[in-house]
Design a protein around this ligand. Structure first.
Ligand SMILES: Cc1ncc(COP(=O)(O)O)c(C=O)c1O
Length: 477
């Protein structure tokens, strides 16, 4: 391993080498089995005699921290267990901005459960791993890598063209490669839109309950955030604040309630935005999976004034770990969005973009959506059926015809009682999310969300049976 030893201004050089290697082993920078530089090489790089180094190595070997194999080198002993996580780090004097104190890292990432009803996760076992590996490895050999130059912040042209065709056909979105920018997931799409359009102190309106990561993002960029109620038709337009600069909505499948924004509500929102000169972000994160009727027209298509910015993600259709998303901008803000992408991280990983372009062009993406859509439809139907038949004393299922989760509202239980049931479920290996966690300004609502991306069909009945036991135990039958 590359070992950094600093002897500047030091007197006892052997002792110093000994101490610095010892510390590196103790705090885990050098791990059991790591090979140290040959004494001759280290001596040369430190400009000391070889004996100075061998004295230090011998002392560490004598303490059992190193061992040598003749002709093979010097290694960190396997018997020594470093103090994990004890990397020496001083607190320091730096003071992050106050906003970061109010922002929490999502804890949900790390907790897979046997009965996993977490929302927003696709079924990774259905991902076309073999095809993807082939495409990635062929793109790794392409001119993009060997060229060694930065690409345009807009993203890979072939992918932008492929996305434009795909969303044109599947969603009726009006887009071309010229007004699409590729981003690292929908979250970065929102980031570049915020940078392009919102000044610090301006107001951004969100559905309440709503998807919370964008609220944190906008607050971290200095915007003010306000939650606006949602009913069974979507965001309540009459409750929108007139001084908003931007409204963020999820019309196809409201997150978290799961309702679809009705056509009259879409038209009312566009009309309100026109009267108040407000921009709209349409986050179409999981609408590729639809279980009933033809989808309603996206806001982006209904908009004739060019005030809707459309955001898409491949986190649900493929995998969230790919970090691929995109934004379709009206011409007036395409350049600003691309400049925002440029100053943030220049461009998204080119190989992954090129591989996805080929997957879409060859029809593999559409086939995948068709295949997984059928699987999710079955899970959606089964969960809805069991919830309606066996939880009706506690929960009412919200109507939902798309996406990867359904939400059920508690009609007689409090937020705390639902929290009790959710915690009991976790103890039994059932992960469900509480609706109350997605409130922004309005009082939290009692309910549970059931994602079906991560749970196989065969686990659904047992997972819900265990949850039902928790309801009976904690809040009575
Ligand atoms: C409402 C909403 N938008 C977007 C996303 C996807 O975000 P990203 O593309 O950054 O993974 C999610 C994921 O759960 C979501 O729930």
């Amino acid at each position: 391993v590359e070992l950094h030893i600093n002897l500047i201004g030091r007197k006892n050089l052997s002792g110093e080498i000994y101490r610095q290697i010892r510390r590196a082993i103790a705090d885990g920078r050098l791990r059991p089995g790591d090979c140290l530089p040959a004494s001759r090489d280290l001596a040369k790089s430190l400009k000391v005699s070889r004996t100075t180094v061998t004295v230090a190595y011998d002392r560490l070997a004598g303490e059992g921290l190193l061992f040598s194999r003749i002709g093979a080198g010097t290694y960190v002993s396997n018997h020594f267990a470093p103090a994990t996580g004890k990397h020496r780090q001083t607190e320091g004097v730096l003071q992050p901005k106050a906003v970061w104190q109010s922002i929490r890292l999502a804890s949900a990432f790390a907790r897979p459960a046997k009965f996993d009803f977490r929302t927003g996760l696709p079924d990774a076992s259905l991902f076309p791993h073999e095809t993807w590996r082939r495409l990635m490895s062929s793109e790794m050999r392409s001119e993009f890598l060997s060229g060694g130059v930065y690409e345009h912040p807009a993203g890979h042209l072939g992918l932008r063209e492929a996305i434009a065709r795909h969303i044109g056909i599947s969603r009726g979105v009006q887009a071309s490669a010229d007004n699409i920018t590729i981003t690292n997931g929908a979250q970065q799409a929102l980031d570049v839109i915020a940078r392009a359009l919102v000044e610090p102190g301006e107001l951004v309106a969100f559905e309440d309950p709503g998807y919370t990561p964008p609220t944190m993002l906008f607050r971290s960029l200095g915007a003010r955030v306000k939650g606006v109620p949602v009913d069974e038709q979507g965001i309540v337009v009459d409750a929108l604040p007139r001084d908003a600069r931007l409204v963020y909505v999820t019309p196809s499948h409201q997150y978290p309630l799961g309702v679809t924004m009705s056509l009259p509500r879409r038209l009312a929102l566009l009309d309100w935005a026109a009267r108040n000169n407000v921009a709209i972000i349409e986050d179409d994160y999981d609408s590729e999976f639809r279980f009933e009727e033809r989808p309603l027209e996206p806001l982006q298509t209904l908009d004739t004034a060019g005030r809707v910015v459309y955001v898409g993600s491949f986190s649900k259709t493929l995998l969230p770990t790919l970090r691929l998303g995109f934004v379709v901008t009206p011409g007036s803000c395409t350049a600003a969005v691309r400049k925002a992408k440029f100053v943030t991280d220049w461009h998204t990983f080119t190989v992954v973009q090129a591989a996805l372009a080929r997957l879409i062009d060859a029809g593999g993406f559409a086939r995948h959506i068709h295949k997984v859509g059928r699987v999710y439809a079955e899970r959606h139907q089964l969960i809805t059926k069991i919830l309606s038949e066996e939880f009706f004393e506690y929960l009412t299922v919200m109507p939902s015809v798309a996406g990867l989760h359904v939400t059920a509202i508690a009609h007689s239980l409090s937020v705390d009682e639902i929290g009790e049931c959710a915690r009991c479920a976790v103890e039994r290996g059932v992960a469900v999310q509480e609706l109350s966690k997605f409130s922004i300004d309005l009082p939290p609502r009692a309910g549970l969300m059931f994602g079906y991306g991560a749970i196989p069909m065969r686990h659904i009945p047992e997972g819900l049976r265990l949850l039902r036991v928790c309801f009976e135990e904690r809040v009575g039958g």
